[in-house]
Design a binder for this molecule. Structure first.
Ligand SMILES: [Zn+2]
Ligand SMILES: [Zn+2]
Length: 629
């Protein structure tokens, strides 16, 4: 056991973002954006030196990719950086000549094999030497899998203007507030049917119906042809509080396109579901039935971003004179925004604070919370485990899981449910009743979209590989030739020119970038995460002295394990770890005179963390402590 005399300073929360990037440029804050006017002076700085809290180590198998793709100018390139091998992480690059636009910048929540990781974002490396060519970022709607990576990418990409709908704008701005030192975003609000020109691209916005207000589809007119991007959508003929997807507009775009629509990029999430989407109106009446019949409290777990769902709950509770308490950080935040913007209307006194739920009789209380996916630190999980401060489950409670299970989360959700059944509460899941109408088009809806747009090519997007395949099969059923259906992967380059379209053999970097929440700014979550991580995999402290003149380590690093490994029996691993620490320091300081200590500390933490994970399949909390001499 290596002893130490040093007190361990609070290295965990000390990762400040280095300044220098809050240079908002008021000159460019205009609604109409002229791409030729700006994008000057954007020299790229080192990603890490800017203090972005990323762990850029590829987590899964590294893919082969090449940075250099054919440079011919009259081709349109579509490069999905994420979203084609998962539900999440949506981000697509479109490139023509010197102009680049980006569609969405989303995150993905980790699956069961990424302990300690808060979320994953797409890799933006491909764009980093093309900053002066980025004309804008278009965001289809406000779900995390479309906006979640904005705080991480936007400043690395030199803060290009964002174009999006009203609600989405508010959600992006709110999320940005949680990041220290982030630049002032240039968000331009657009309406359906608006058209904007960004370099060679003209983008026309289409109203689509989804599970959040102000969702947009896109018609992207390019010199090679028009590409229709559906965003996340469904055809609900009777949605509540908003208009159905604008079928007329879509048909008109297809009709007005002289050569027909070149390609359709369409939502594949529910390609495997037969039939049409259930209307929100139907969901609402199911909710009403459950709430009317419930003898005790109702605890509804859902996605915080399903604003439409939350709106129903509010209206129904008012009808039955019940109170609503909202719990979960993101849920509270979104409800607050939706109330402020008028997307949710509530009478005075309908909402009560979560700490007051026990002041009311059980049959008068509805609790809406996060955690329908069994997320470890979400509220529903804490309630199920008896760890919630105010809510102890009692017989007669009804728990509603009002969201479909994201593939990969099935086991955890089942665990939560088992825990709940043991407590003798009543559990309602969307499979038993229509308590969740997916926000996504099912197979018949996808056919309708294909028939409306009549594209030459189909690029299924937004889904795991099998969902894209199923979507492709649907198109084939409609007699689209197989060679016109591009089942691509993250990092694929799809190229269109006068001759037609193809997927190139080359790929760009699209490996996952892990983000762990340290420094994200939400202390509650951070502390919780740390606690859970330490409880699960222990803690590993590295104390190393570095000579600030040479940048080299002085002596061997002191290593301390708590709850991770038994040091005595792991001498070989410790030896390798010490060697790796030396290498990392040598590499990262490079004999430099001005050592960025933050950067070195992060590098040690990331690389040793990854190394220990590779060796042990455990992810202890790694705390590097650097002593400068
Ligand atoms: Zn969505
Ligand atoms: Zn989505």
């Amino acid at each position: 056991m290596t002893a130490t005399k040093q007190k361990i300073p609070g290295t965990v929360s000390s990762r400040s973002h280095s300044g220098s990037s809050s240079r908002a440029n008021p000159r460019t804050r205009k609604t109409r954006y002229n791409p030729r006017q700006k994008q000057k002076g954007g020299r790229e700085k080192s990603y890490r030196a800017r203090g972005i809290t990323l762990n850029a180590e590829p987590y899964r198998k590294t893919k082969q990719y090449k940075q250099h793709i054919s440079k011919s100018d009259d081709t349109l390139k579509i490069i999905p950086l994420g979203g084609l091998e998962e539900v999440g992480l949506n981000m697509t690059v479109m490139e023509y000549g010197r102009d680049i636009i980006i569609i969405d910048m989303g995150l993905q929540f980790p699956d069961e094999e990424m302990p300690g990781i808060d979320y994953v974002i797409p890799n933006s490396r491909y764009l980093r030497d093309k900053l002066d060519r980025i004309r804008g970022v278009i965001v289809t709607h406000g779900h995390m899998d479309h906006i979640g990576a904005i705080p991480h990418h936007i400043r690395v990409l030199n803060n290009p203007p964002i174009f999006t709908g009203r609600m989405t704008k508010a959600l992006i701005a709110k999320r940005q507030e949680e990041y220290n030192n982030s630049p002032r975003l240039k968000i331009n609000e657009v309406q359906p049917k608006d058209k904007i020109k960004l370099g060679a691209f003209e983008i026309e916005f289409i109203h689509v119906c989804h599970s959040i207000p102000d969702a947009l589809g896109l018609a992207i007119h390019t010199p090679v042809g028009t590409v229709v991007h559906t965003g996340d959508f469904k055809f609900d003929q009777n949605p509540i509080g908003e208009d159905p997807t604008d079928i007329g507009h879509i048909a008109l775009i297809a009709q007005n396109s002289s050569k027909g629509i070149l390609a359709l990029m369409s939502d594949s999430t529910d390609a495997g579901q037969p039939g049409f989407t259930i209307s929100e109106s139907k969901v609402r009446s199911t909710f009403e039935q459950i709430i009317r019949n419930a003898k005790g409290r109702i605890i509804a777990g859902t996605f915080s971003s399903l604003i439409t769902r939350i709106r129903h709950m509010v209206e129904i509770s008012e009808k039955f004179h019940k109170k609503i308490a909202v719990d979960g950080y993101s849920m509270k935040r979104n409800v607050e925004i939706a109330l402020k913007m008028g997307y949710i209307k509530a009478k005075q006194g309908t909402f009560i604070d979560i700490s007051r739920v026990n002041d009311y009789p059980p049959e008068k209380v509805i609790i809406m919370c996060t955690g329908a996916q069994g997320e470890g630190n979400a509220v529903l999980m804490r309630i199920a485990n008896g760890e919630h401060r105010y809510i102890e489950l009692i017989k007669g409670d009804t728990i509603i899981f009002s969201s479909s299970v994201i593939p990969g989360n099935e086991r955890t959700v089942q665990n939560v449910k088992d825990g709940l059944y043991k407590k003798g509460v009543h559990v309602v899941h969307y499979k038993m009743m229509d308590v969740h109408s997916g926000g996504h088009a099912k197979s018949e809806d996808l056919k309708l979209m294909l028939n409306l747009v009549k594209p030459k090519y189909l690029i299924p997007i937004h889904g795991n590989h099998y969902m894209l395949r199923l979507h492709g099969e649907i198109a084939q059923e409609l007699r689209m030739p197989e060679e016109n259906i591009f089942i691509a992967e993250n990092g694929s380059v799809i190229e269109f020119d006068k001759q037609g379209g193809r997927i190139l053999n080359e790929k760009v970097a699209a490996n996952y970038v892990m983000v762990d929440g340290l420094g994200v700014g939400d202390i509650g979550n951070v502390v919780l995460r740390e606690r859970m991580q330490m409880a699960k995999d222990g803690m590993f402290t590295i104390i190393v002295t570095i000579d600030s003149k040479t940048g080299e380590p002085v002596g061997n690093a002191d290593l301390i394990s708590r709850g991770f490994i038994y040091m005595k029996n792991n001498q070989e691993l410790l030896k390798q770890t010490r060697q790796l620490i030396r290498n990392v320091i040598h590499q990262k300081t490079g004999g430099s005179h001005a050592i960025n200590w933050e950067y070195v500390r992060n590098a040690i933490r990331d690389e040793i963390g990854q190394f220990l994970f590779n060796k042990t399949q455990r992810r202890p909390m790694v705390l590097p402590v650097i002593i400068e001499v």
